[in-house]
Design a protein around this ligand. Structure first.
Ligand code: SF4
Length: 145
Protein backbone atom coordinates (compact mmCIF):
# COMPACT_ATOMS: atom_id res chain seq x y z
CA UNK A 1 0.00 0.00 0.00
CA UNK A 2 1.48 3.34 -1.05
CA UNK A 3 0.42 6.55 0.60
CA UNK A 4 1.11 10.27 0.48
CA UNK A 5 1.00 12.58 3.50
CA UNK A 6 0.16 16.28 3.42
CA UNK A 7 0.91 18.21 6.60
CA UNK A 8 -0.21 21.63 7.81
CA UNK A 9 2.41 24.19 6.85
CA UNK A 10 2.47 25.51 10.41
CA UNK A 11 4.34 22.30 11.27
CA UNK A 12 6.55 22.34 8.20
CA UNK A 13 9.72 21.88 10.24
CA UNK A 14 8.27 18.81 11.97
CA UNK A 15 10.51 15.78 11.54
CA UNK A 16 7.49 13.55 11.13
CA UNK A 17 8.37 11.20 13.99
CA UNK A 18 4.82 10.73 15.27
CA UNK A 19 3.44 10.09 11.78
CA UNK A 20 6.11 7.53 10.93
CA UNK A 21 5.83 5.80 14.28
CA UNK A 22 2.05 5.55 13.95
CA UNK A 23 2.47 4.24 10.44
CA UNK A 24 4.92 1.59 11.61
CA UNK A 25 2.65 0.55 14.50
CA UNK A 26 -0.62 0.86 12.55
CA UNK A 27 -1.93 3.32 15.12
CA UNK A 28 -4.25 6.29 14.75
CA UNK A 29 -5.49 6.72 11.20
CA UNK A 30 -3.16 3.93 10.05
CA UNK A 31 -5.07 1.27 11.95
CA UNK A 32 -7.21 0.72 8.84
CA UNK A 33 -4.28 -1.04 7.16
CA UNK A 34 -3.51 -4.69 7.58
CA UNK A 35 -0.27 -5.06 9.59
CA UNK A 36 0.76 -7.82 7.21
CA UNK A 37 0.68 -5.39 4.29
CA UNK A 38 3.72 -3.17 3.79
CA UNK A 39 3.04 0.58 3.94
CA UNK A 40 5.23 2.81 1.83
CA UNK A 41 5.28 6.61 1.87
CA UNK A 42 5.69 7.91 -1.66
CA UNK A 43 5.25 11.59 -0.86
CA UNK A 44 5.41 13.88 2.18
CA UNK A 45 4.89 17.60 1.93
CA UNK A 46 3.04 20.55 3.41
CA UNK A 47 -0.08 22.32 2.17
CA UNK A 48 2.14 25.27 1.30
CA UNK A 49 0.63 27.61 3.85
CA UNK A 50 -2.85 29.10 4.16
CA UNK A 51 -5.02 28.76 2.18
CA UNK A 52 -3.31 25.52 1.15
CA UNK A 53 -2.40 26.11 -2.49
CA UNK A 54 -0.04 23.15 -2.63
CA UNK A 55 -2.93 20.74 -2.07
CA UNK A 56 -4.13 21.45 -5.60
CA UNK A 57 -0.99 20.11 -7.24
CA UNK A 58 0.93 17.90 -4.87
CA UNK A 59 -1.44 14.94 -5.09
CA UNK A 60 -0.70 14.57 -8.81
CA UNK A 61 2.94 13.81 -8.08
CA UNK A 62 2.06 11.45 -5.24
CA UNK A 63 -0.31 9.54 -7.51
CA UNK A 64 2.33 9.45 -10.24
CA UNK A 65 4.57 7.79 -7.68
CA UNK A 66 1.94 5.19 -6.93
CA UNK A 67 -0.03 6.68 -4.02
CA UNK A 68 -3.27 4.80 -3.39
CA UNK A 69 -4.41 7.01 -0.50
CA UNK A 70 -3.65 10.50 0.73
CA UNK A 71 -3.49 11.25 4.45
CA UNK A 72 -4.10 14.76 5.75
CA UNK A 73 -1.89 14.89 8.84
CA UNK A 74 -3.29 15.07 12.36
CA UNK A 75 -1.88 18.58 12.76
CA UNK A 76 -4.69 19.82 10.55
CA UNK A 77 -7.28 18.83 13.14
CA UNK A 78 -5.32 19.58 16.31
CA UNK A 79 -3.72 22.94 15.42
CA UNK A 80 -4.82 26.12 17.14
CA UNK A 81 -7.08 26.70 15.37
CA UNK A 82 -7.64 23.50 13.39
CA UNK A 83 -7.47 23.97 9.62
CA UNK A 84 -10.77 25.44 8.44
CA UNK A 85 -10.27 23.86 5.03
CA UNK A 86 -9.52 20.28 6.00
CA UNK A 87 -12.96 19.00 5.01
CA UNK A 88 -12.75 20.92 1.75
CA UNK A 89 -9.30 19.46 1.03
CA UNK A 90 -10.70 15.98 1.58
CA UNK A 91 -13.62 16.54 -0.81
CA UNK A 92 -11.45 18.32 -3.36
CA UNK A 93 -8.79 15.62 -3.52
CA UNK A 94 -11.39 12.86 -3.74
CA UNK A 95 -13.25 14.65 -6.52
CA UNK A 96 -10.26 15.83 -8.52
CA UNK A 97 -8.00 12.81 -8.17
CA UNK A 98 -10.47 9.99 -7.47
CA UNK A 99 -8.32 8.72 -4.63
CA UNK A 100 -9.09 7.72 -1.05
CA UNK A 101 -8.42 10.51 1.45
CA UNK A 102 -7.97 9.83 5.15
CA UNK A 103 -8.08 12.70 7.64
CA UNK A 104 -5.30 12.12 10.11
CA UNK A 105 -2.08 10.26 10.67
CA UNK A 106 -0.91 9.69 14.27
CA UNK A 107 -3.26 9.55 17.27
CA UNK A 108 -4.28 12.91 18.71
CA UNK A 109 -1.85 13.75 21.54
CA UNK A 110 -3.63 13.92 24.90
CA UNK A 111 -2.55 17.52 25.59
CA UNK A 112 -4.21 18.70 22.37
CA UNK A 113 -7.24 16.56 23.09
CA UNK A 114 -7.67 18.15 26.55
CA UNK A 115 -7.39 21.71 25.29
CA UNK A 116 -9.76 21.20 22.38
CA UNK A 117 -12.25 19.45 24.62
CA UNK A 118 -12.16 22.43 26.98
CA UNK A 119 -12.55 24.84 24.08
CA UNK A 120 -15.30 22.69 22.51
CA UNK A 121 -13.43 23.07 19.24
CA UNK A 122 -14.75 19.83 17.78
CA UNK A 123 -18.38 20.37 18.61
CA UNK A 124 -20.71 19.17 15.86
CA UNK A 125 -20.97 16.20 13.54
CA UNK A 126 -18.45 17.42 10.99
CA UNK A 127 -15.61 17.71 13.47
CA UNK A 128 -16.57 14.51 15.22
CA UNK A 129 -16.23 12.72 11.87
CA UNK A 130 -12.94 14.46 11.13
CA UNK A 131 -11.28 13.44 14.38
CA UNK A 132 -12.68 9.91 14.42
CA UNK A 133 -9.72 8.21 12.67
CA UNK A 134 -7.19 9.67 15.13
CA UNK A 135 -9.19 9.82 18.34
CA UNK A 136 -7.78 6.56 19.75
CA UNK A 137 -8.08 5.97 23.50
CA UNK A 138 -6.50 7.91 26.33
CA UNK A 139 -3.66 5.47 26.82
CA UNK A 140 -2.60 5.75 23.20
CA UNK A 141 -3.13 9.52 23.12
CA UNK A 142 -0.77 9.79 26.07
CA UNK A 143 1.86 7.81 24.21
CA UNK A 144 1.82 10.52 21.53
CA UNK A 145 1.96 13.46 23.93
S1 SF4 B 1 -4.34 25.82 8.58
FE1 SF4 B 1 -4.85 24.59 6.75
S2 SF4 B 1 -4.42 25.88 4.98
FE2 SF4 B 1 -3.43 26.82 6.77
S3 SF4 B 1 -1.33 26.05 6.76
FE3 SF4 B 1 -2.52 24.62 8.02
S4 SF4 B 1 -3.30 23.00 6.63
FE4 SF4 B 1 -2.56 24.72 5.40
Amino acid sequence: MKIGIIICNRYKSCAGGKCFRAMQNREGAFDIYDPAEALEIVGYTSCGGCPGGNVEYTCAEMIKNGAQAIHLATGMVVGYPPCRSVNYFKSFIQEKYKIKVVVGTHPIPQKYYDTHQNLETWRGNMWQELIKPTLADEELRNQYN
